[in-house]
Structure formats: structure tokens, C-alpha cells
Design a binder for this molecule. Structure first.
Ligand SMILES: *Cc1c(COP(=O)(O)O)cnc(C)c1O
Length: 378
């Protein structure tokens, strides 16, 4: 999936900063790198016309067969998919109601979401909900949400959907997801799960009984920017009905749908065991090389949301100030190296190596070593 020699010609032609992304599927850096097969399919798509509905039908067939759901569709991204999914729960396929959004004209429009799931992935997730004309009902507290909290929030008039987020960004991971889904379904309330970065856990998320699971195809699937909705035939139909309303600005491009098909073909052909081994080997390499650097403690952490790879955690023994200095030095270098920064307060940075070649792993470790030496000799 990863090309060892990234095409630097664009960086040269436009004098852009070359980047090594060890920060995961990070939107400000362009999220992921597509394979040659995906890039070539996309290039071919750009030079052709298609019947978009035919592409959507094909994507639905392929995605459903792969994920084990009744139907699927492609939209612009998961941010768009959240808005479109909420709209689907408000209007169904009623054409007048679809055209009227974001005016809801008295329809049920309250979306229940655990407070700790109201994450910010560059903007507040609740903005995606409110864009559909919905109001947000937060269940539980920032740090916890019990089944009682969910049931209390669901038992009010005007609830149109329960939205759950499966992400490393959520404040807690211990929600009884299956129980929450069942509580909503008992009341006839549809459930949508935002599993944007969870494309290797789709069957598990679908098995909760959710009506729709939303996944970013441009994260670990490494397609062009695209949001996938996977779920029941009925839900996907209501989702796609929004294309005649607020979904217009969220449409998937022809090249995105073709890119999703190509990325899916690669994922299907991929030996998951060999892939996981490759990821583990990069982690082992990084840890072994980092152990030679002074002033740090190196450990590995599993992906917090259950994706099948580990991250490398580098804690600076001198604390937060040193960690911040290292981050700045890495960014200022050439290529500019970006790492995960959410544990800086603990003096730690994290490296996600999935998108990196072995050569890039070595470059990252070298740069960290240099940054540490420069800081201690200052
Ligand atoms: C990345 C992410 C999104 C946004 O996905 P896009 O497809 O980039 O719009 C939404 N929710 C979560 C939990 C994410 O990680």
C-alpha cells in the first residue's frame, strides 16, 4: 500500500514542503497515500463519463458483499455522511421533507449522542448533526455514559436517531454499544455509528444492529476522499434520498467512487496476517532504533479504538517542554515530520507508522535522535 518513494515531483514543481506523516490518518496532511492501482483507476475515471447511479449501484454491491450488509452508498466524506444520515432519519424518503431541510417543519429532529462522543476532529462533530436541521441531546457526562443515561435521553419526544462514535477521540471506550443500539431499536429509533477510522472493524460495528455505519474510505482504505454508508437497504435508500436536498454539496465525485472500488479490490486481495506482520515489524524496528536515543522512554500502545496495529510512544524524561521542542524540530526539518501530539502534556509523542515505508521509519527515528541531541546540547 505504501510507496517507498513518494512522488516528490509536485513538491518540487510547486515548491511545497515535503512531509512524512507519522500522525495517523490526519486530515491537515492529506490523510493517506493511495496505491498505484487506486491512482491509475482514479486517473482513468477523470477522463471518462459515467452514469453515476450505475457507479453507486456497483459500489453498493461490492461494499455490501465485502462488509456483510444489505446495501451501501458513497458520499463525500464522513462529516457529510453524518449530516446526510441524520437528515435520512428526519425525512425518510419524503421528497417534500427532503427538499425542505434544514427546515424540519415539526418533524422529530432530536439526535441523542453520548456527551463523551461529541468529539472534535478538526471541528465539532455536533456541527455535522446540526447542519441537517437537527438538535443535539447529550446523554451522560463527558467521562461516562450508562445505559440508563441513553434510555433517559431516548425517552423524550422528538428523538429521530441515536448517534454513536467509535473513535480513538472519544472520552471513554466503555459504552455498552450493543445495549445502547438495542435500547434505541426497541423504541423504533434508528441508530447510526460513526466509525470513520474503523474500516477494519466494519463487521463488528454492523453486528451491533445499527441501521447505518459510516466509514471514511480515504483513511486506512486509502481511496480518494469518500465517505461510506453501510447498512440496511431501507436506511441507505433514505440516505441517498438526501442527494435531492442538502446532500447536493456532499456528492461523491466519479473518481472517488471508482477509487473506492479500486481500494476495496486491494483490501480484498490483501493478506491481513502478512499486513499486520509488516506493521509489527516497522514498530519493532522503530523501538529498537529509538532505544539508542538518550533521555527517552520508548513503549508501544495498541490503537485505542481496536484497529489491528500499534503505535510507538516516546516519552521525554525531561517532560513536556522537551517533547514540545522535539515536535517543533521535527516539523521544521526537511522533510517536515509530523507526529501525534495529544499526549504532549505527559511529555510524550506517539508515532503511527502504518503509512510509512521502512526507509521513512528510519528517517523519523534519525530526526528524533538529532532533535534530542540538539536540545540537550543547547
Ligand atoms: C476522521 C473522522 C471523521 C471525519 O471523517 P471525514 O471522512 O474526514 O469527514 C468523523 N468522525 C471521526 C470519529 C473521525 O475520526
Amino acid at each position: 500500500m505504501t510507496s517507498a518513494t513518494a512522488p516528490h515531483s509536485l513538491h518540487q514543481a510547486y515548491a511545497l514542503t515535503p512531509v512524512i506523516n507519522a500522525a495517523g490518518s490526519f486530515t491537515p496532511l492529506g490523510v493517506s497515500r493511495s496505491s498505484t492501482h487506486v491512482a491509475q483507476s482514479v486517473a482513468a475515471a477523470l477522463q471518462s463519463f459515467f452514469i453515476i447511479n450505475e457507479l453507486q449501484t456497483l459500489a453498493s454491491e461490492r461494499l455490501s458483499a465485502f462488509c456483510g450488509c444489505e446495501a451501501a452508498a458513497v458520499t463525500h466524506c464522513v462529516s457529510a455522511a453524518i449530516t446526510q444520515a441524520v437528515a435520512a432519519c428526519i425525512t425518510g424518503t419524503d421528497q417534500a421533507a427532503v427538499a425542505a431541510l434544514p427546515e424540519t417543519h415539526g418533524r422529530a429532529n432530536a439526535v441523542v449522542i453520548p456527551e463523551g462522543h461529541c468529539v472534535n476532529y478538526g471541528h465539532p462533530l455536533v456541527t455535522d448533526i446540526r447542519l441537517a436541521g437537527a438538535t443535539v441531546v447529550r446523554a451522560g457526562s463527558r467521562d461516562a455514559c450508562s445505559l440508563d443515561d441513553i434510555e433517559q435521553a431516548l425517552d423524550r419526544p422528538g428523538v429521530c436517531c441515536l448517534l454513536l462514535v467509535s473513535s480513538r477521540l472519544t472520552a471513554f471506550q466503555n459504552l455498552d454499544t450493543r445495549g445502547a443500539v438495542a435500547a434505541a431499536r426497541q423504541r423504533g429509533i434508528p441508530v447510526v455509528i460513526d466509525g470513520a477510522a474503523q474500516d477494519m472493524r466494519i463487521p463488528e460495528l454492523l453486528s451491533t444492529g445499527a441501521d447505518g455505519v459510516l466509514v471514511s474510505a480515504h483513511k486506512y482504505l486509502a481511496s480518494p476522499t469518500a465517505g461510506l454508508v453501510l447498512g440496511t437497504r431501507d436506511f441507505v435508500q433514505r440516505f441517498r434520498a438526501q442527494e435531492a436536498g442538502i446532500g447536493r454539496g456532499m456528492k461523491p465525485s466519479k473518481e472517488a467512487i471508482v477509487g473506492v472500488l479500486a481500494a476495496l479490490e486491494e483490501r480484498q486481495a490483501q493478506d491481513q496476517v502478512a499486513w499486520k506482520k509488516q506493521q509489527d515489524e516497522k514498530v519493532v524496528l522503530a523501538v529498537a532504533l529509538l532505544h539508542k536515543c538518550p533521555g527517552i522512554e520508548v513503549t508501544t500502545d495498541p490503537d485505542p479504538a481496536g484497529m489491528p496495529f500499534q503505535r510507538v510512544r516516546v516519552r521525554c524524561l525531561e517532560g513536556e517542554g522537551m517533547a514540545r521542542a522535539v515536535v517543533q524540530a521535527l516539523k521544521a526539518g526537511s522533510p517536515s515530520i509530523w507526529v501525534m501530539e495529544h499526549q504532549l502534556e505527559q511529555g510524550a509523542i506517539q508515532l503511527e507508522l502504518v503509512a510509512l515505508s521502512e526507509e521513512e521509519v528510519r528517517q523519523v527515528v534519525d530526526a528524533i535522535g538529532s532533535a534530542l541531541c540538539d536540545q540537550t546540547s543547547d
